[in-house]
Design a protein around this ligand. Structure first.
Ligand SMILES: [Zn+2]
Ligand SMILES: [Zn+2]
Length: 239
């Protein structure tokens, strides 16, 4: 069974906080240089750079998933991953409709740049994308099921914008089976405090906003095949 070096939480230049050098092409190129096998693009509340990202990744022979980092109504960040681009783009439209909208100030927050398959900037998004949506954390799992997406609470031990910082605990009726940490060294302590995590697959991603922060090939995921559906299935399943 293939063992893939992964980094599944990456921001492109579509995220205002993402560096302008984080074009889909540069991200894929850096992943190749670093020796990663599996990457996902997870911009704030948007999948709109995923079509170019997937196309370029295919050209480079890197396995890539479309994704998003959703901001819930409680300002909790959730990584959403998909096997199919079509599902991701349908989810993108749903989230865009539920975004609390105010105009992005490029000078203050940074640009939100859309790129085409040639990796050229072709536009920008008008609203500040990391803003909260009206989607509550409790509803994310069921909603994502409708779009065949996988729910992964992001950087759970982070002191802000995480489920633990903003809700204080994992809601007892939670059903997600994969969670992301900032540091694998934190997992032992986290599991002691939050036994819910014992039933989860724990992944560690870079949350890179700059090319140099993309992970080195350290963490692996064992999969049945490189088919995106098998990858989502592996992430969904406790090891
Ligand atoms: Zn985040
Ligand atoms: Zn992020």
């Amino acid at each position: 069974m293939p063992e893939l070096y992964y980094d599944l939480h990456l921001h492109s230049c579509l995220s205002p906080c993402g560096d302008d050098d984080m074009t889909p092409g540069n991200i894929v190129g850096m992943a190749v240089v670093k020796g990663l096998d599996l990457i996902a693009l997870t911009d704030h509340n948007s999948c709109k750079n995923c079509p170019s990202f997937l196309k370029i990744a295919r050209d480079y022979g890197v396995t890539a998933l479309p994704g998003m980092e959703l901001t819930t109504s409680e300002e909790v960040h959730v990584v959403c991953l998909f096997a199919d681009l079509q599902d991701a783009m349908a989810w993108d439209a749903f989230v865009y409709d539920h975004l609390v909208r105010f105009p992005n100030d490029e000078v203050v927050f940074g640009k939100q740049q859309l790129c085409n398959e040639e990796d050229e900037v072709v536009g920008t998004l008008p609203y500040f994308m990391p803003n909260a949506t009206t989607i509550s954390f409790d509803d994310v799992y069921d909603l994502l099921e409708e779009y065949h997406g996988l729910m992964i609470p992001a950087h759970v031990e982070k002191s802000s914008t995480s489920v633990l910082s903003n809700l204080g605990f994992f809601p007892p009726d939670s059903r997600f089976t994969c969670a992301e940490v900032q540091k694998m060294e934190h997992v032992h302590e986290l599991k002691k405090q939050h036994p819910y995590l014992e039933n989860c697959r724990i992944i560690c991603d870079s949350d890179a906003h700059y090319l140099e922060h993309i992970h080195e090939p350290v963490y692996t995921l064992t999969v049945k095949s490189r088919d995106p559906h098998d990858i989502i299935e592996a992430l969904r399943t406790k090891p």
